[in-house]
Write a protein that binds this ligand. Structure first.
Ligand code: BTN
Length: 259
């Protein structure tokens, strides 16, 4: 995309996973800015070991290779930057009310999922942690599902497409261009304290989780409470009967508006 670092765009009709591919490229020394985009993934990866599936040629399946100069503590803001860029791109297509379910799912106003983000890192043997590669993939439901009937049973009522939200088919190339254009300044933001603050502020104003009763699946158990804020670091503050807790990473389920 001219005017951005994303000039090396590699297109695949079929690939196992654009994230898997770019992680391999990262290990081989490919510079920051490489992009992999696929019509179809035979082994698309989702968060928490899940699969990410879409029929061929329907949705935007794209990964970007970044080498952000951020500390390990700030690295979770890399997928945040990607999610925020996707929100801007999607709004540019006329969708209203799209927000982020913390940490970085894109959701429609009724809570159905519009896009998911998966960041995978390669620290590299003995490499400088600051220069580690981060591959961030996003799957945006652009043209699939087309209606409620064409979803597999496990996704019924849970997924929505941009096409359904705006009532017309989506040009995938135009969506990719808009996404990469929106991503460029946010990747730049990652490199400064002021930029990272701006990303957290944007996350706060875009985050549908705030004000919602949530259940958070943590590695060591489950937490239930009201999502009351985003910390300056970008973590989720949850008010529970036992006091306020800060969630650094976890799978969040929206239960109902907060009490
Ligand atoms: C999630 O579980 O919400 C994250 C889904 C991420 C899917 C995208 S599609 C492009 C990229 N390649 C993959 O294998 N996964 C990501």
């Amino acid at each position: 995309m001219p005017g951005t670092r994303f000039t090396d765009i590699r297109r695949f009709a079929t690939i196992d996973s654009t994230n898997r591919y770019l992680l391999g490229e990262a290990r081989a020394g490919t510079p920051e800015g490489a992009v992999a985009v696929a019509d179809y993934q035979s082994a698309g990866r989702g968060r928490l070991g899940r699969h990410w599936e879409a029929p061929p040629g329907t949705n935007l399946l794209v990964s970007v290779l970044l080498r952000p100069q951020v500390t390990v503590a700030d690295r979770h803001l890399v997928p945040t930057a990607v999610a925020l860029a996707a929100v801007e791109a999607i709004r540019g297509f006329g969708a209203t009310g799209v927000g982020i379910k913390w940490p970085n799912d894109l959701v429609a106003p009724d809570g159905r999922k519009l896009a998911g983000v998966l960041a995978e890192s390669d620290l590299g043997a003995g490499s400088d942690a600051l220069a580690a590669a981060v591959v961030v993939g996003i799957g945006i439901n652009a043209n699939w599902p087309t209606d409620a009937d064409d979803l597999p049973p496990e996704l019924t009522g849970l997924a929505v497409s941009l096409r359904q939200l705006i009532g017309r088919p989506v040009d995938l190339d135009a969506l990719l261009d808009a996404f990469l254009l929106a991503l460029e300044p946010r990747v730049e933001d990652l490199t400064t304290a002021a930029g990272r603050r701006a990303l957290v502020e944007e996350l706060t104003s875009t985050c549908d989780t705030l004000g919602t009763r949530v259940r958070v699946e943590l590695p060591d158990g489950t937490l239930e409470g009201d999502a009351v804020g985003i910390t300056p670091e970008g973590h989720l503050a949850v008010r529970t009967p036992n006091g306020d807790r800060t969630v650094v990473a976890g799978d969040v389920i929206h239960l109902r508006p907060g009490s």
